[in-house]
Design a protein around this ligand. Sequence first.
Ligand SMILES: Cc1cc2nc3c(=O)[nH]c(=O)nc-3n(C[C@H](O)[C@H](O)[C@H](O)COP(=O)(O)OP(=O)(O)OC[C@H]3O[C@@H](n4cnc5c(N)ncnc54)[C@H](O)[C@@H]3O)c2cc1C
Length: 560
Amino acid sequence: MENFDEQYDFVIVGSGAGSMVAALYMRSQGKRVAILEKSELVGGTTARSGGVLWIPNNPFMARDGVQDSYEAARTYLDTLTGDQPDAPSATPERRHAFLTQGPKMIEFLVAQGIALDRAKYWPDYNDDLPGGSAPGRTVVAKPFNRKQLGRWADRLRPSFMALPGNLPAALEEMKLLPLMRRSWKARFLLLRLAGRGALARLTGRDYVVGGAALQGRMLKACLDAGVEIFTQTAVSGVLQENGRVVGVEARRKDGPLRVRAELGVLMNSGGFARNPQMRERYQPLASVDWSNAPETDTGEMIEEMLRLGAAPAQLEEFVGYQATLPPGVTRDKLIPGVQGMTASPHAILVDRTGVRYMNEGGSYMAYCQGMQARHAQVPAIPSWAIFDAQYMAKYMLAGTMPGSDKPQSWYDEGYLKKADTIEELAALIGVEPATLRATVERFNGFVAANKDEDFGRGDRAYDNWLGDPLHAPSNTLGTIDQAPYYAIEVVPGDVGTFGGVLTDEHARVVREDGTVIEGLYATGVATGSVMGRFYPGAGCSIGPGYTFGYIAAQHAAANA
Ligand SMILES: Cc1cc2nc3c(=O)[nH]c(=O)nc-3n(C[C@H](O)[C@H](O)[C@H](O)COP(=O)(O)OP(=O)(O)OC[C@H]3O[C@@H](n4cnc5c(N)ncnc54)[C@H](O)[C@@H]3O)c2cc1C
């Protein structure tokens, strides 16, 4: 204890995905554990997020009679993510660890009283591959009354998904709401939600959903279990004795702090989406200004682990999320995503020469990788979303409701381009009119045949899920042929970075020569993903983040 201010069995840096499951596991083994969080808010990007976890073969699937197995999930991951020589963290051993421990981790959390469930229908992003699941493998937290946190309630980072009046809605309900103008089901749902909201207010509850519900429930369980959580405590370095990590040093308002960790340190410190230098170095086509990760996502612990000799893993990857930048959106506000937009009927994405170049229905990460790959050949960052009056009447645009009047500043400042003909629209966006006309006519031909011959949009359950459930015969293919015509720019935004240091199947940090840094574990986007450069389904950041946090704690406790 010499030279240390505090001593714990296990010390966790950051309060994101994985931190609190690791802490709960340690407490279940009777160990003393501390979480050091630099922000005044708990929960990380994970709390800000949708809070969904991709956990194949999870117990809720078996409960509901939805088919899955280790073998099916393994086939899916091996097919999609199996052959990646340039992704050192996507090893078969780590895939095996993720697939075997993920369901156990969920069972452990349920036993700790965390109210989870499965998303009822959220297809894998490549559900057409062998082993892919159309119902999906995604786990969510039930809405959470944050008042249960007492004096910690205001220290829980809010989710981007908060509904007006904090209505407690499930994910599938939120997806239905924008259909209100056209669906009685959606209108009745709004009434039911309003009722739930009124009841919540009467009974003094304050519901949060998405990532805040997930992390709020975890925070409550951790506080009840005696996990010690220190906010505004920024870890500045890792301490070693004879090559083994034995603690950390941190800065607090009242001065420096040295904390000893007998069983090890778990880095759950997030990525570097908000670090301009690191993004410039590793991801020159991305931008801190297009990210929805919070300001705290600055990567200093990745740099610290690299300094200790950790091997890098896929530092060039980020979880792209196609975004648009209407006037007034700055990096401290939510950047509107347009994931569903160009997968909806009556809309396509084209490069800056007016040519369509991808299946707009793919995963957000694949979509943004597609933009980057295209940009290497033809200018495509930003690209243009092209859509028509039918789209405007039926679907959301940059956070505004279907059919609503758009802010005048959108037209005045040239963000939303509008024209009576495709040729005039082409002239407005600097594209050869004949090219854009040919692109749109070709797409309309695919709509008539109900088959996208170029990119197969609509061939997967996922593409259709992204589109409009009320549009027939295809949920995703619809003509662009009713004036006026519109265009907005689309950029490869992101929800965070997806590469960091290399870890093994026990979540231990690994050096370039394959040896491990004893006592140092890492999980979440501070590490290279077990998925490598792919995003197989909804929750592939948080699902593995939680699972490898659980694995790290088990390993450290077992080696006590
Ligand atoms: C709007 C949005 C929606 C998303 N939805 C989903 C989703 O539904 N499912 C999914 O899988 N992914 C989703 N993502 C991505 C996902 O949220 C992140 O990739 C993931 O939460 C990262 O988790 P993490 O545990 O690695 O880091 P974080 O959750 O960011 O936690 C890291 C924590 O470490 C702290 N920290 C950093 N450095 C230090 C330091 N030096 N000392 C002390 N503390 C430190 C940070 O302040 C932070 O609180 C979404 C992201 C966004 C922005």
